[in-house]
Design a protein around this ligand. Structure first.
Ligand code: NAP
Length: 301
């Protein structure tokens, strides 16, 4: 394991507080890049959850999700031009919320035509109403050759700090990890959760290159909650894994992996947001405990 990642894990391991007391603990962070920067291990996704229009009743819970996200020390918000109104809604809501110095604005380029990439990125920046992006990815590797050229130019021009690629559902894990290596990318976004751990090799390869690893679909799009239904948490989960609920069980299992920088669960529900942010505090499971969590979850099927 990379030395910086070991150091980043050490404070978490030494925190004896249980998950139920976790809000008193600082938000756990992981390093990104080589300049000593870091970001909180729990971020926020916006696919479906933030695709609404100007109806105040629909906007209100999303505004509250964002307010609580920053109040809990949240950082990365992930979106894409593929997510309908999500980028626009972020641009409507973010200026009224206190988040100075906290927001990690992460979006993507998603068009088959390389020539359309720069215009799409300009539009995203205008929709978000931010001065620059922190992270920009080629969504699902679509026409990555053309778009990586554009993203590199944006990075050189100071319009984005970190660039990379995303994939999901285990579709292109090996190709994505190869690109991170061959193209010296900063970020790999990939699917990893308790029903689909197939990305581990790709995640490890990215981490060995000092690339940040961002986990999408941490709840398998919500299906993990259907799977557990009303089953109670294992009796040992609160005291040993620091989990007060299944959301924290799923997320702590993910961010307990040493290659992971950040997971980006999506929610439109403020109560769910509170649960999710609790996973980014207190203790994280080590390898043995993660295996036990995986076995306990497998028994549910
Ligand atoms: N290729 C790519 O680049 C790519 C692909 C997929 C996803 N992504 C990114 O990753 C993000 C996360 O993935 P995802 O949105 O597909 O799925 P996800 O985060 O695994 O699951 C979201 C679902 O979980 C539910 N949920 C969230 N927190 C919960 C809680 N505490 N208790 C119960 N239910 C909860 C949400 O419903 P509620 O709203 O009711 O809470 C929603 O239905 C996306 O939003 C997107 O930003 C990127």
């Amino acid at each position: 394991m990379d030395r910086r990642r070991v150091l980043a894990l050490a404070p978490a391991a030494s925190l004896a507080a249980m998950g139920v007391r976790a809000r008193a603990d600082p938000a756990l962070r992981r390093p990104i890049g080589r300049a000593g920067d870091s970001l909180p291990v729990i971020g926020l996704g916006t696919w479906l959850a933030f695709d609404v229009g100007s109806d105040p009743a629909e906007q209100a819970p999303r505004r509250e999700v964002l307010r609580r996200f920053f109040a809990a020390g949240g950082g990365m918000i992930d979106s894409s031009p593929m997510y309908g109104n999500a980028e626009w809604l972020l641009g409507q809501l973010l200026p009224d919320l206190p988040h100075a110095g906290r927001l990690w604005a992460a979006s993507k380029v998603w068009t088959p035509l390389g020539a359309l990439g720069p215009g799409q990125l300009d539009r995203s920046l205008a929709l978000w109403r931010v001065p620059r992006f922190d992270v920009l990815l080629v969504h699902n590797l679509l026409n990555w050759r053309a778009h990586l050229k554009t993203l590199r130019k944006w990075k050189d021009d100071g319009r984005v700090r970190w660039i990379g690629v995303s994939t999901s559902h285990g579709r292109s894990n090996d190709e994505a990890a190869r690109l991170v290596r061959d193209e010296s990318l900063d970020v790999l976004q990939i699917t990893y959760n308790l029903v689909d751990p197939s990305a581990e090799a790709a995640m490890n390869r990215a981490a060995e290159r000092d690339a940040a690893v961002v986990i999408n679909r941490p709840f398998d799009g919500g299906a993990l909650f259907d799977r557990v239904g009303r089953t109670p948490l294992p009796a040992w989960a609160p005291s040993e894994a620091g989990c007060a609920n299944w959301a924290q069980f799923f997320l702590k299992w993910i961010v307990g992996h040493p290659a992971v920088t950040c997971a980006i669960p999506a929610t439109r529900n403020p109560a769910h947001l509170d649960e999710n942010m609790g996973a980014g505090r207190g203790r994280l499971p080590d390898g043995d405990l993660r295996r036990r969590m995986q076995a306990a979850f497998a028994k549910l099927s």
